[in-house]
Design a protein around this ligand. Structure first.
Ligand SMILES: [Zn+2]
Length: 208
């Protein structure tokens, strides 16, 4: 889900789910086979083939989705689910900020939780080719923060899909809400890199 409400992930789910279910079934059967037997080997091959197919479908969809996103956005903020890499990429952002690009989308769950590393890498190089950048932000509290009043609580997220602020009552789709928080965190990071100059909405600037 992007902060503008664009939603990716359905195609991924629709195409991959039946295959993962089939894989699970075969794996269950595989356990009961005699190791090294002909049917054991045949089943092993079949499972490997399914894994490969799932990987290819995921990659194909991710390529299409990330290309689509990069067409419309030059500056993208994304939850960094790998905290170890976070400081490194944050430093990279400060040292190599891009000029005159439109800041927009905070990306999250639908696309990324399913393959965050891969999607992030694709976005990063595709954005770089176009002169943009990927901003990774810490994932903490992005799903628990109210973008209207700033109240942070795990109680704000009343279900997987619904966000209702305990304090001000702001109600939103939980993923969209998180995406908005990610977008803001990314913009704050760019503003920090630009010597805390006030940024106009939707604009990234080169650091002084
Ligand atoms: Zn609130």
């Amino acid at each position: 889900m992007l902060s503008d409400g664009t939603h990716y992930g359905d195609e991924l789910k629709d195409r991959i789910q039946p295959l993962t279910e089939r894989t699970k079934l075969l794996q269950k059967r595989f356990k009961h086979k005699t190791k090294g037997s002909r049917s054991w080997r045949a089943l092993k091959k079949q499972i490997a083939k399914l894994h490969l197919r799932i990987r290819n479908i995921r990659r194909d969809i991710l390529h299409k989705a990330t290309a689509d996103i990069c067409k419309n956005h030059v500056c993208i903020s994304m939850e960094d689910l790998n905290l170890k890499n976070m400081t490194a990429s944050a430093r990279g952002t400060v040292e190599n900020p891009s000029t005159n690009v439109r800041a927009k989308a905070g990306l999250n769950r639908e696309l990324l939780l399913r393959a965050p590393g891969e999607a992030g890498r694709m976005l990063e190089y595709k954005l770089r080719l176009r002169g943009g950048m990927l901003i990774k932000v810490p994932p903490q509290y992005t799903s628990q923060t109210c973008p209207v009043c700033g109240h942070v609580s795990s109680g704000n997220r009343i279900s997987q899909s619904i966000f209702v602020c305990e304090k001000c009552g702001h109600k939103a789709n939980a993923d969209l809400n998180a995406a908005e928080n990610i977008r803001r965190a990314g913009r704050a990071r760019i503003a920090g890199a630009a010597g805390s100059q006030e940024l106009s909405p939707g604009t990234c600037r080169r650091a002084a």
